[in-house]
Design a protein around this ligand. Structure first.
Ligand code: AMP
Length: 282
């Protein structure tokens, strides 16, 4: 694996790759890598891409500065994991490389309705920052394929919209399934911050998603949501939202509607640590 810190060097290297692997598969990350991230790299590799992963802890997408300060950083371990996963290129820029004119000087994108619900409503400014960094990284890497995780369901929609807004609709967006721990907890860099006790209860978020799915024939969503709220509270978690939505555009649903694809989404705090997860209803 080759590592670049500078845009120019990365771009020269990519342009010289006239091998069978000349199509570029890009995996942007914040670092503190786990098997979920690596599954995206492996998927891109299995599809014959020149795999380019970026690790950039983007300050502009953190509405909560404490969350940014405490975000885990483990670059040496990340590099080792990427080598094992067969990653070809790592882009490891610093903040001034991505935002040479400062973080305020960047173009902003209006995601409309998508920015007003769920993560958008609970993390003001978050998707503005995601739009800034992803547009910048796409402009630098110019990938043929972009690999992102369903774990961040709303972010997948924001990025799909962004790709159209910046004229990159030719780029294929590959949405990869969520990797989970054995108790169902979605893998996340933030899980590293959980204490042993918090980690032992965090799997309840996935249990709630599964119960929302499994009770769709037998109860109203309002009742199941209340059960989940009570279950999360009983374990000491603080739910921010427990939602059911149209999986195509995230329009909120009051109740189950088997005629349309549905997704259920939860954000909850375990102590100070905010976790999100979702499940497409079968
Ligand atoms: P992050 O570093 O959290 O920005 O994540 C980088 C990419 O990895 C995003 O596209 C995420 O959706 C994806 N990702 C994060 N966690 C998982 C997971 N548990 N399974 C699959 N993909 C994930």
């Amino acid at each position: 694996m080759v590592i670049f810190k500078k845009i120019k060097d990365l771009q020269v290297y990519i342009s010289l790759q006239n091998t069978a692997k000349s199509a570029v598969g890009f995996i942007p990350t914040l670092g503190a890598l786990h098997a979920g991230h690596l599954s995206l790299v492996e998927k891109a590799g299995a599809e014959g891409m020149l795999t380019v992963c970026s690790i950039f802890l983007n300050p502009t997408q953190f509405n909560d500065k404490k969350d940014l300060e405490k975000y885990p950083v483990s670059t040496d371990d990340d590099i080792e994991l990427l080598v094992k996963a067969g990653c070809d290129v790592l882009f490891l820029p610093d903040v001034s490389e991505i935002y040479p004119n400062g973080t305020d000087g960047e173009a902003t994108y209006d995601f409309g309705y998508l920015d007003t619900i769920l993560e958008g409503a609970n993390r003001p400014g978050h998707f503005k920052g995601v739009g800034q960094v992803v547009s910048r990284l796409l402009e630098i890497v110019k990938p043929d394929n972009l690999y992102i995780g369903q774990k961040d369901y709303q972010q997948c929609m924001v990025i799909t919209k962004l790709a159209k807004m910046i004229g990159m609709e030719e780029m294929k967006i590959v949405i990869c399934p969520t990797l989970r721990e054995s108790d169902g907890l979605a893998m996340s860099s933030r899980n590293r911050r959980l204490t042993e006790t918090q980690r032992a209860i965090a799997g309840v978020i996935y249990q709630c998603l599964v119960s929302i799915e499994s009770k769709q024939q037998t109860a109203s969503f309002a009742i199941v949501r209340k059960e989940c709220e009570d279950l999360l509270a009983a374990k000491g978690l603080k739910p921010e939202y427990i939602a059911l939505a149209d999986a195509r555009d995230l329009t909120p649903l009051e109740d189950y509607n088997k005629d349309i694809p549905m997704v259920t989404l939860i954000a909850a705090k375990v102590g100070e640590i905010r976790l999100i997860d979702n499940l497409l209803l079968q």
